[in-house]
Design a protein around this ligand. Structure first.
Ligand code: X2X
Length: 340
């Protein structure tokens, strides 16, 4: 009798969804969530909020443990996406930069000076570009659920104020794991070295590199001014959104109700994470920048003409990457930015 009822229930779900129903009792004791930086960085806060909301709303059925420092891939953040696809990592809140070695289209956010402001970033993540990127990620065996934010990446260094591309000449710069960054900094006359975040921190501490580029929240939480990074140029050349995602098999193992909870929690955690990432950096509230100036740091705000010199110097890189990313996607992005 029980068995018949169960089969009838299964048939009903199959008829409604075309999928066999997942059983909550098959769940793992713990789901491993990869990030690069932990709380109190906005990135880690987004991941923790996601885990907390899911635990609360599933009454503890789904327990998510955050593993920062890309430790599940031995610190090599450029292998995070592959590990998630293969199920070595169950879930992640990951940077589009770190996943771009596998998904070339994600380099769209690293196109120099494509996004002049937060509205432009939102127009990409919240518009047809974001939808297209999520389709591509899905077709690679990973289920994307929403966006969070690392932030606009500003350039810092220990040697001198950067106001013109000339000021970059010969500076040893730590850059992230997409080759587009090598191209950008080479075009500007600097000397870029690609390094994981794990290696970047000692390199900054020992002075093995002169500078780096990261969002200002990374700068302040890490207290980079104490590592000699006393020149900060606000050039807003690229922005770094983050994606909440789940391995496909893990996703399919969840009941429809729990999928809904995990997805909604990602949206809610993303909204909170983005608010934290922008605090003190938008509109009249520039308090994060004032705090950095309060440390005695030389914060350089570029005039439109000064910024344009960097746009011009990196334009050949932008054009060279148009086809590598996909000319259609780049056009779509340019249109979204123009119509924001
Ligand atoms: O490595 C970086 O610079 C970081 C932490 O911003 C990313 O993972 C993209």
């Amino acid at each position: 009798m029980r068995r018949t009822l169960l089969m009838a229930g299964t048939a009903l779900v199959l008829a409604l969804t075309g999928q066999a129903p997942a059983e909550a009792q098959d769940y793992k004791d713990e789901y491993r969530v990869s990030t690069v930086v932990p709380a109190p960085f906005p990135w880690g806060i987004a991941a923790e909020t996601w885990a907390e909301l899911v635990a609360e709303r599933t009454d503890g059925r789904i327990r998510m443990q955050i593993y920062p420092g890309a430790q599940l891939v031995q610190g090599d953040q450029t292998r995070e996406f592959t590990a998630m696809r293969r199920g070595v990592i169950d879930m992640a809140v990951g940077s589009t930069i770190n996943w771009s070695p596998q998904i070339a289209e994600l380099n769209i956010f690293s196109m120099p000076f494509l996004m002049p402001d937060y509205d432009a970033l939102d127009a990409l993540t919240g518009g047809p570009v974001g939808e297209r990127l999520f389709e591509i990620i899905r077709s690679n065996g990973v289920v994307p659920l929403g966006w969070a934010e690392n932030g606009f990446r500003e350039v810092t260094n220990s040697q001198r104020a950067i106001r013109t591309p000339d000021d970059m000449q010969g500076l040893k710069m730590r850059v992230v794991g997409s080759p587009i960054y090598n191209d950008i900094f080479t075009a500007l006359g600097a000397n870029p070295t690609q390094m994981s975040w794990a290696d970047a921190q000692p390199a900054l501490t020992t002075g093995a590199v002169d500078g780096q580029e990261n969002p200002l929240t990374i700068y302040t939480v890490l207290r980079m001014h104490e590592l000699g990074q006393t020149n900060v140029t606000l050039w807003h050349y690229v922005a770094d959104p983050l994606i909440f995602a789940v391995n496909e098999q893990v996703w399919e193992s969840f009941t429809a109700e729990d999928q809904e909870i995990v997805a909604q929690a990602a949206l809610d955690a993303g909204a909170h994470g983005i608010e934290v990432a922008r605090a003190g950096l938008v509109g009249d509230d520039q308090s994060l920048i004032e705090q950095i100036e309060g440390f005695g740091v030389n914060v350089i705000r570029l005039s439109d003409e000064e910024r344009q010199a960097f746009v011009d110097a990196t334009r050949p890189v932008y054009e060279a990457w148009r086809d590598r990313i996909g000319a259609d996607l780049v056009s779509m992005a340019e249109e979204s930015v123009a119509n924001r």
